[in-house]
Design a protein around this ligand. Structure first.
Ligand code: DC
Length: 211
């Protein structure tokens, strides 16, 4: 069963890449950010505090696959709260089994700690990143397309805050696994990023088969 782990920064293009790669290799795809977003949405809908580890852990235990298809998970406020609920160890533990069970059937998983914590034995690990200004531009365009009224400067500021929180939390911080292959999408179209990823994955899988 092939497992492809894709980690990276917010709005780096890792989600689009993961979706395309899962179709290309005929593997299931899990966007693990949705799990944290779902916890955040439950918390926000109930008027609870994303800083409360107990409330967030209880919400994490109630995640079902149908919540994951709620389009409201994509909103800016839910994403910002997701990076706050994600700092709690109880939340991360509650979501661990769901992710490992999903990976066990062979899959592409994208997130922040897939190659480092969730699937340390993944067959291939990618780390996707791009310059903050480029990521903010992409995210701003996306939010405007959903009808959100927000400036580019605000998006850039929030993105830097999010990067900082994701990379500096105590548990499972965002960082490339030692054996991850870096893909910088700053100057790459999605097509070219996809081609670069396929090249890396095919080479790693071929080397494994040859062993
Ligand atoms: O990828 P995303 O923007 O949907 O993720 C939302 C937040 O969830 C992100 O800021 C940090 C958290 N997250 C995480 O801690 N671990 C993951 N594997 C995926 C997301």
């Amino acid at each position: 069963m092939t497992v492809i782990a894709i980690d990276g920064t917010f709005a780096s293009g890792k989600g689009t890449l993961a979706k395309r790669l899962s179709a290309h290799y005929g593997l299931a795809h899990l966007d693990t950010g949705k799990l944290y977003r779902a916890v955040a949405k439950i918390i926000l809908d109930k008027g609870l505090d994303p800083g409360s580890a107990d409330d967030c852990a209880a919400a994490a235990l109630n995640i079902t696959p149908d919540i994951l298809s709620d389009p409201a998970l994509k909103s800016g406020p839910v994403g910002a709260a997701a990076s706050k609920v994600a700092i709690h160890s109880q939340v991360r533990e509650a979501l661990l089994k769901y992710q490992r069970d999903f990976a066990a059937r062979g899959a592409v998983l994208d997130g922040r700690d897939i190659g480092t914590v969730i699937c340390p034995d993944a067959d291939v690990k990618l780390y996707v990143d791009a310059e903050p200004a480029e990521r903010a531009k992409r995210r701003h365009e996306e939010l405007v397309s959903y009808g959100e009224d927000i400036s580019y400067e605000t998006v850039l500021e929030q993105l830097k805050e999010r990067d900082f929180r994701d990379a500096n939390r105590e548990i499972a911080p965002l960082r490339p696994a030692q054996d991850a292959h870096l893909i910088d999408t700053t100057n790459l179209s999605i097509e070219r990023a996809f081609d670069a990823a396929v090249q890396v994955i095919d080479a790693v899988l071929a080397a494994k088969t040859a062993k």
